[in-house]
Design a protein around this ligand. Sequence first.
Ligand code: ADP
Length: 436
Amino acid sequence: MPVSAWTFALARLFAIVAAAVVLGWMTGYLAPTVIVVMSGYIALNFTRLYRLERWLRHRRTEDPPDLSGVWGDIVALVMRIYRRKQYHKRRIVQVFREFRRMTTAVPDGIVVLGAEREIQWFNRNAARLLALRRKVDFGQRIENLVRQPDFVAYLERGDYLLPVLVRAVFDSEVHLSMQVVAYGAGQKLMIVRDVTREIRLESMRKDFVANASHELRSPLTVIAGYVDALAEDTEIDQAWRKPLEEMRRQAERMRAVVDDLIELSKLEATGREAGDEVVDVAGMLSLLRRDVLSRTTHPRDVTLKLDSTARLLGSEPELHSIFSNLITNAIKYTPNDGRVDIRWWTDADGAHFSVADTGVGIAREHIPRITERFYRVDPGRARATGGSGLGLAIVKHALQRHNATLRIDSEPGKGSTFACHFPVRRIYNQTLMAAQ
Ligand code: ADP
């Protein structure tokens, strides 16, 4: 408030008091005159205070009172504060409306969860995808409304790095991907996406690969049969020997690729967890070693150390495929004067298989990608060894279905170790003992 208003008000008060004193002195009634004049002054200010208070109370509907001096300045100040408040209120409402429009336009469902996983807010798409009801479901815990076991397990695990896939309640053909993102003080944002299209495309891709490989298998068997017969025919022209041998090798490679594709498709088509046949791993490994030694060429030393007779609960053909692929690779990528050590053992963490070779090894940068389909460190060498490039992809997939992990340690020029770790619950004896 400008100082001049106060100076003026004080000057006026002083003038009124002075005038009252003079008037009182002249009339001979000094005290009564001063009292009357001051009462009038106070009454006037009371009236102004009353008008100001009234206006403040009803300022939405009433115009500001027309007051002068300090009172007028107070009215102007209040008006300014009021307008500023109105402006901010309008801005907040505008931002909120924009936010609402934006979240409605987002194709994903968004749910805001509190520290107790209770629903604080959700957008229209979340309501549609999860069948949530506005207002009624606010404050409810999300797992009480979205009850799919996979989703509940995902929430309990608390590891939100990857989304979880579930089927929608309202239509089991609709697939939803849900991911939780933690933020603020224990708050969580849940993003829900309809991934039915992606899942369908993925399934079409898998079907296509499975069908194409099946269709290729029969003509390939016929061609390979004729090529074999021709290659073994002693009367054939010598000039044809080399091309026929090459055709035979390439047909063999194609067969390996087609067989591995079919195997991979089968793994993808079956459920997420392998069954629980009792599999004698020690016996299987002994047979695999015998097969290796019966080959015409193999590394000089191929040892098998069986520190356990533990049997695994799983799928026999899949476990055979895992061990056979890893052992075959070790043999393939190790020179004849090298060695391959196979080991099977158990400890408190579970059952373990390892195959260590003194072969070519793998450079560090290739290791994370080596289990991808058709990924080869050295395509030329891999082609020469007749590999399909799918072996490790099959191993990884089959291990996942046995809740097992693969560890690869390797040094170029020195050799590699591939180790598989199976959890305790996959060991037959352990499960029996736990049940007793
Ligand atoms: P492939 O049929 O070509 O062997 P895999 O999927 O079995 O396909 O292996 C992928 C690649 O990993 C191979 O091409 C090879 O470069 C590398 N690899 C696998 N096992 C070994 C090993 N024991 N030593 C060195 N390299 C290996």
